[in-house]
Design a protein around this ligand. Structure first.
Ligand code: SAH
Length: 462
């Protein structure tokens, strides 16, 4: 009915899972990026299908009452923030609906059966990310540049200062570091990585910042084993106040994975320290650490509440990272057995137990779907779980692991999830094997983006 380049006026009535606005003209659905529910706008069709089209925003005729001015001037081009033009309250509602709809659609639950609590939002939904990874390349004018990838491409959108990146005492530490790296590259003729030819050196710069200890980590990811003139880079970076750890990581592989397997530490101890509650954590460049330090306490608080610990329980913490959930629960449990696939993270986790004087944890290295069953078979008597906590990556739990979990017969399962679609899939599976879905609480760990974390409680069906 409509075709490419047609211009239409549409009122946005809904928001898709990736944040795009959805409106209808004569029953024909239009997906329009950068629009907010309630916007009346002029759009141009870019790609027309039989029942729907993708369209580009040309002009907002009447702004939605939920629309706010973006804090970042490149919010639309940059692929990082999909919801910056939506007021925060509406963002939270969008995320609640996303979780709810996934539980209904993928989890197959009746609307009245979904025990969902109100989302836990943030007081100040900016400057929260303790980790930022900037790609380095060349801009349209051929100059060395850094920024973020535009949505679905690898072209770099330069950022004047990311409004999600954590600051220390108001300092834009990310900008200080990136300006230093770029000026080092220019002064020493160090080429950025060029993806098509796989030549050049600097690919990404990973920055970690701790708000509580004020320590800063930089890890430069290069396409080579050695970075020319690296001593000069270290000298420059060391001059930045609070610089704690500088390292070089080598990644010669083609593709989207940022970090390679080899890291050389050039300054500092090879980690920074951060705190969650009363526990201190050492974090290496390779280890996973929740990016929103403020919200993580609320997330873990819910997980601890759901675990219902009295001091007598044996807890398994699967996908444990550097042991953050494990150590948060250890003081209220008899023992915590933890499993993680990244070797460096397990090393960090063991050290974290020592520095926090926790002696009732055990850390196993390997894929949860393999390690858990083997260990449980051998040590059954000693380690029958009362509670199993899982916190998998976006793809959710391996089905082999779910089978093992059910065979271990824990009283409660606490499921921490960064993707409610796979959470819903796994909950539906566990429901079919004798578990009741008691409650789920979404937690906004990623304001301004479409991502949402959730924590769910299941217990053995009585
Ligand atoms: N619970 C931790 C980490 C969660 S992120 C926290 O809150 O910080 C998910 C973790 O699962 C990462 O550390 C990742 O390295 C690990 N992981 C990914 N696949 C795995 C697998 N198959 N088995 C065990 N751990 C895995």
């Amino acid at each position: 009915m409509y075709q490419k380049n047609d211009e239409l006026t549409v009122t946005i009535e809904d928001q898709g899972i990736n944040g795009e606005g959805i409106g209808k003209v004569n029953g024909y659905a239009l997906f329009v990026k950068d629009t907010v529910i309630g916007d009346k706008c002029k759009v141009k069709i870019m790609k027309a299908k039989k029942n729907f089209a993708f369209a580009k925003l040309i002009e907002i005729v009447e702004p939605s009452k939920h629309r706010v001015e973006e804090k970042c001037p490149v919010a639309r081009q940059c692929g990082g923030c999909q919801l910056q033009s939506m007021d925060y309250e509406t963002q939270l509602k969008f995320k609640e609906e996303k979780v709810f709809n996934n539980l209904k659609r993928i989890g197959g639950l009746d609307t009245c059966q979904i025990p969902m609590k109100e989302i836990i939002g943030m007081d100040e939904p900016y400057y929260y990310r303790n980790k930022t990874q900037f790609p380095v390349g060349r801009n349209k004018d051929g100059e060395i540049a850094y920024g973020f990838y535009a949505g679905r491409t690898h072209s770099i959108i330069e950022t004047p200062g990311c409004v999600l990146g954590m600051r220390i005492d108001g300092r834009d530490v990310c900008k200080e570091i990136m300006d230093t790296v770029i000026s080092f590259m220019k002064e020493n003729d160090i080429e950025p990585y060029d993806e098509p030819t796989q030549s050049g050196f600097v690919r990404h710069v990973l920055i970690r910042i701790s708000e509580s200890t004020k320590q800063i980590m930089v890890c430069v990811v290069t396409n080579s084993n050695e970075l020319p003139e690296v001593d000069k880079l270290v000298e420059k970076l060391k001059a930045i106040p609070n610089m704690t750890s500088i390292s070089i990581n080598t990644n010669k592989e083609f593709g989207n994975v940022i970090m390679g397997s080899k890291t050389v530490h050039l300054f500092g101890p090879g980690y920074i320290e951060d705190t969650i509650g009363e526990n201190k954590f050492r974090i290496s460049p390779e280890s996973f650490f929740q990016v929103n330090s403020k919200q993580v306490e609320k997330l873990y608080g819910k997980a601890i509440e759901y675990a219902g610990l009295t001091g007598e329980e044996i807890v398994w913490d699967l996908y444990c990272g550097i042991g953050t959930i494990s150590l948060s629960m250890a003081k209220d449990a008899k023992k915590v057995i933890c499993v993680e696939i990244v070797e460096k993270a397990v090393e960090d986790a063991k050290n974290n137990a020592i520095i926090n004087k926790v002696d009732n944890t055990e850390f196993l290295l390997g894929a949860a779907e393999d390690v858990v069953a083997d260990y449980f078979d051998e040590e059954k008597e000693e380690c029958h779980p009362d509670v199993i906590v899982v916190d998998p990556p976006r793809k959710g739990c391996d089905q082999k692991l779910l089978k093992t979990i059910v065979s271990m017969n824990p009283e409660r399962i606490v499921y921490v999830s960064c993707d409610s679609a796979t959470l819903a899939r796994d909950l539906a599976w566990l429901k079919g094997y004798g578990y009741t879905f008691n409650e789920v609480t979404p937690v906004d760990m990623f304001p301004q983006t479409v991502h949402v974390e959730s924590v769910a409680l299941l217990s053995k069906t009585k």
